[in-house]
Design a protein. Structure first.
Length: 253
């Protein structure tokens, strides 16, 4: 019974997301700024004060630098488009959920180059992300997949957000001016050419244990994002049944 309810829930949020995307797709958003960094690019929404889309390709791990801590405003953006602050997204301790300064393009994959690590801490690359999802949930697992499979060859990643219509989670409009996205999505193309895509609610429900419940087809993510990824898919309309496992012996330093 629980499994049946989970399927209904997942189907519902995907259908709702498609409707939202049809109403406010990236192609229709006149406030988008495309930002080109050294190793990645971002479509940034001035309206929402956050990244809407990102993409990058990463190769083999070649460093173990310590995490770069400071966050900074993005000088490539007009001041009226930037988040008001670089500080953490704070809610009362009694709140049922907490949010991190969540990266789109995560920092640890650039730990061989401090300049790239610093770039990744641009607030253009940061949005309110549910803490559990970001730190040890399904989103974090996709980052680990990227970190591990890159040692086998180049890994291509596309990702972004669905802003949605749920204003009840927009806790940081006053403090930071930023919209909290309702969903986050990602596609990973592995070195062997296989690609997998996920669509996660921006909450703590998507865990490592149930990550397969959030696998979606590449065409669905193309419709949601308004992007084309030109990936070979067999069969083209189906999603993967299982998320790939982290390769044995992978170091995440």
């Amino acid at each position: 019974m629980m499994r049946y309810l989970e399927i209904i829930k997942r189907t519902a949020y995907i259908l709702i997301s498609i409707l939202w995307c049809a109403q406010a797709s990236a192609a229709d958003d006149k406030s988008i700024h495309t930002l080109q960094f050294k190793k990645w690019s971002i479509d940034y929404s001035c309206e929402h004060r956050g990244y809407q889309y990102f993409t990058y390709t990463v190769g083999a791990d070649n460093g173990e630098l310590e995490r770069f801590r400071p966050f900074h405003h993005e000088s490539k953006l007009p001041k009226h488009c930037r988040q008001f602050k670089t500080s953490t997204y704070k809610l009362p301790k009694s709140a049922p959920i907490s949010y991190d300064r969540g990266h789109g393009v995560h920092q640890n994959i650039w730990d061989g180059n401090e300049s790239l690590m610093r770039e990744s801490n641009s607030m253009a690359n940061i949005l309110p992300q549910a803490s559990q999802l970001n730190r040890k949930g399904a989103w974090r697992y996709t980052e680990k997949l990227t970190e591990c499979f890159r040692d086998k060859g180049p890994v291509k990643v596309w990702g972004g957000v669905i802003w949605g219509k749920d204003s009840s989670n927009d806790h940081f409009k006053v403090s930071h001016g930023v919209t909290t996205p309702d969903y986050l999505w990602k596609i990973i193309k592995y070195p062997d050419g296989m690609a997998q895509g996920w669509l996660f609610p921006n909450s703590n429900v998507a865990t490592v244990a149930n990550i397969d419940d959030y696998l979606v087809s590449i065409p669905r993510l193309e419709r949601l994002s308004g992007k084309e990824f030109y990936l070979k898919r067999t069969p083209p309309k189906e999603r993967s049944a299982k998320t790939r496992k982290i390769p044995y012996g992978c170091s995440l330093k």
